[in-house]
Ligand binder design. Structure first.
Ligand code: NAD
Length: 357
């Protein structure tokens, strides 16, 4: 090989190594690091080329591609949402993604993003709640105890000072799993109330997080159960025809979005007229729009998940994983002695094959 040829390598972090990275660094430290990274990237919102994600819908779910870029990095995520997967032994949400160098197009990092999706979603939820929840909020109701639930609970206890969790899931096994995992993460069972209904979970709650999965127009909480001043962190309504909240609640809330053109199609606000007023989170972060304005206001973060959060997560994880020994390298794309002689790969591979024959 010509000594000037630089071998092309892509860093790779698979699901098991990503889990080790998170375990080594600590879940709450990861959530804090990601919240800072996402906040910094939202603060330079105009730098990014943004678009609503491209969705392939089928009766059982959705598969989405989420691209975003700035002058230096291009990122994309592949993610699905199949609420019926649990009975097949598969997660509802699975994801992977890549980071590429805009100057050359070289894919520099490829990673499982399933865990990172839960982490970045919870980090963004906490980031929004810092500006939208009443100060002194200490109790959160959490409706839906599936894969996202632990990360939401740890983001709000770890980054927002939430003391008490009131949880409800239609499946008691999911609630038991959540209490058990939170115990492992250091949250004592006395701080968690397992409730018999969402109405019971909402009693005394300052913040309500909804993270359920059903491909339908659901109402997982009732408008009448929400007290003035509550902040609602709506995570599960993230697809056309898949919502969690009653329309009455949306009409009396101040609504905050990530990238509004995407949220209009996928979020809770698909239930409202297309010109219903909303504020984008980045506007609050840069001080262009107010967050919560008074203590009795109902604020709603209509989270659907935006590509920029995955861009932040990919860059943050790549930096964290360097020098840990957890990264593998892949020859995802070829190294060529002569960049215009792609056919040579086949000739050399043929020789290698004959050598084995
Ligand atoms: P999951 O399937 O692991 O868990 C969902 C849980 O909701 C299950 O335990 C189920 O029993 C429970 N549930 C369903 N209907 C309910 C109801 N009416 N009341 C109470 N509980 C109910 O799914 P997950 O990975 O935890 O994801 C939860 C939701 O969050 C999904 O809809 C997913 O698409 C969405 N999500 C959003 C983002 C985002 O950025 N906004 C990111 C990831 C996931």
């Amino acid at each position: 090989m010509d000594p000037r040829v630089v071998p092309v390598r892509t860093d790779f972090l698979g699901a098991a190594q990503a889990a080790r990275l998170v375990a080594r660094h600590g879940v709450v430290a990861c959530l804090a690091g990601l919240a800072d990274a996402i906040e910094a990237d939202f603060a330079r919102w105009p730098d990014f080329e943004k678009s609503a994600r491209i969705a392939h819908h089928s009766p059982g779910g959705v598969i989405e591609l989420m691209p975003v870029s700035d002058a230096r990095d291009y990122a994309f995520k592949y993610v699905n949402g199949h609420p019926g997967n649990t009975v097949r032994g598969l997660p509802t949400v699975m994801a992977f993604g890549a980071l590429a160098d805009v100057t050359t197009g070289l894919p520099v990092f490829l990673a499982d993003l399933t865990l990172a999706t839960a982490l970045r979603t919870a980090a963004t939820s906490a980031l929004a709640a810092r500006r939208l929840a009443r100060s002194g909020s200490h109790t959160m109701a959490l409706i839906g105890a599936g894969s996202q639930a632990e990360f939401q609970a740890l983001a709000f206890t770890g980054l927002l000072g939430i003391e008490h969790l009131r949880i409800f899931d239609i499946d008691p096994r999911a609630m038991r799993k959540l209490v058990d995992n939170l115990g492992h993460a250091g949250i004592a069972a006395q701080r968690i109330a397992c409730c018999a209904s969402s109405a019971q979970a909402l009693q005394g709650a300052d913040i309500v997080t909804t993270a359920t999965a059903a491909k339908q127009r659901a109402c997982v909480i009732a408008d009448a159960d929400l007290r003035p001043g509550t902040h609602v962190n709506a995570v599960g309504g993230d697809c056309p025809g898949k919502t969690e909240l009653p329309a009455q609640l949306l009409r009396r809330a101040r609504i905050f979005t990530e990238f509004t053109p995407q949220t209009r199609v996928e979020g809770e606000i698909q239930q409202l007229p297309v010109d219903a007023p909303v504020t984008e989170l980045w506007q609050v972060i840069v001080g262009q729009a107010p967050g919560r304005t008074h203590d009795t206001e109902i604020t709603l973060f209509d989270s659907v998940g935006f590509a920029l959060e995955d861009y932040s997560a990919l860059r943050w994880m790549h930096a964290l994983a360097r020098d840990t020994g957890l990264l593998q390298t892949l020859d995802l794309v070829p190294t060529l002695d002569d960049p215009r002689d792609l056919y040579r790969l086949v000739r050399e591979a043929g020789q290698a094959e004959r050598g084995f024959g």
